[in-house]
Design a protein around this ligand. Sequence first.
Ligand SMILES: *Cc1c(COP(=O)(O)O)cnc(C)c1O
Length: 460
Amino acid sequence: MSHRMRTLTEPFKIKMVEPLRVTTEEYRNDILKKSGYNPFLLRSHDVFIDLLTDSGTGAMSDKQWGGIMTGDESYAGARSWEHLESVVKDLTSMPYILPTHQGRAAERILYGILGGKVKVFISNTHFDTTRANIEFTGATAIDIVYDVAKDPEIDLPFKGNIDLEKLQVLIKEHGRENIAAVIITVTNNSSGGQPVSMANVKGLRKICDEHNLLMVIDGCRIAENAYFVKHREPGFETKTYKEIAQEMLALGDAFIMSAKKDGLVNIGGLLTMKDEELSIKCKNLLIISEGFTTYGGLAGRDMEALAIGLEEVFDADYLHYRIRSTAYLGENLKAKGVPVVWPIGGHAVYIDAKKLYNSIPVEQYPGQALVCDLYTKGGIRCVEVGSVMFGKYDEAGKLIPAQNELVRLAIPRRVYTQSHIDYVLDVFDDILDMRKQTTGYRITYEPPFLRHFTARFEKI
Ligand SMILES: *Cc1c(COP(=O)(O)O)cnc(C)c1O
């Protein structure tokens, strides 16, 4: 038996509170049934601990709320825009900075210009909105993480890296003229929030230079990635987190950010680049669809809060708390005997539901069963990342399951304390006790696309 780790004290104190509603298991059973056993269809009011996503769910600081009050709402050339632009220029060393209402707007603009039929995009792993914006233009999106990193248990420091050997093969196969861009996602959200090393990004830069390819950094968790580089990659021990992020971003030709993650704000996005000609095309689309170039889709107060958030996120005490508190949940689950994807990534803990609920066949969605049990037992909301999300059907209508049946517990930034996380750990004791009795689910309704959001289920 492992003993509990030392208390991980939050490097902030609470100035304003948002009450959480305590409900009974009986109530939650009833509500979940009415919601078709799909937590996406629950009202947040009925959720006690919400681990559905880390996107836009963080808490702002007193300084950021101060910025909200002093934001400049002028249509053009606002002071808040100048503030944001100078912070982002300093971080990225890119001259052209475009604000957007969130990450996918930046993706739609950039990939709308670069994409089109016959074009190919290559990434460590395309995030779902990235892939959707690319495929919407008729282009193809190819994911190439290293094969070894697909093993959920193998302990490697940088499982988010892009496979540079496979990239060389793909360049030969498709021809450099057909490759619209190479996108490096840091940290790699869709493969467990795993980090990318500086050496990997440097190697990628070299290949992009050799073949004259555009290199885009999808860096909405660039600060969390910098933490892993400092603590896992030799040569970065004495650098600050911000210096590491600056060094990595300087390697890119363009940078896309959903500010809802490491921007520490509830809405916002960024698109930055080095090339003037490309920036003019992007600005034209920005003005048509988002807003004038000095506000994108954002209010002046949003830009002010984001400018402040982008500085706060590199605070050493904050980042230590952020990464260690995610690991605290993951490591303690592992110690209890809950199978987790290893090592623990930056923003979420992933549970291997196929292993935990090994009595439920994949056709009966063990991940969905765990998601439902966590809600009924503890009021905890999280998401299945398995055959409900990625499963397909063959011609006979039989399920082609996903590679893994995972459940993601995403941690909002600066929202929950260690006692909330200890509560989540306690609920897992109940899950471990009941795991042999729990049952699977069948789908009673599903839409043709992105079915996990609106599908309905019944208990078998
Ligand atoms: C969240 C996210 C996006 C999309 O950003 P939105 O702000 O949700 O539109 C793009 N890429 C990655 C890696 C993300 O995590």
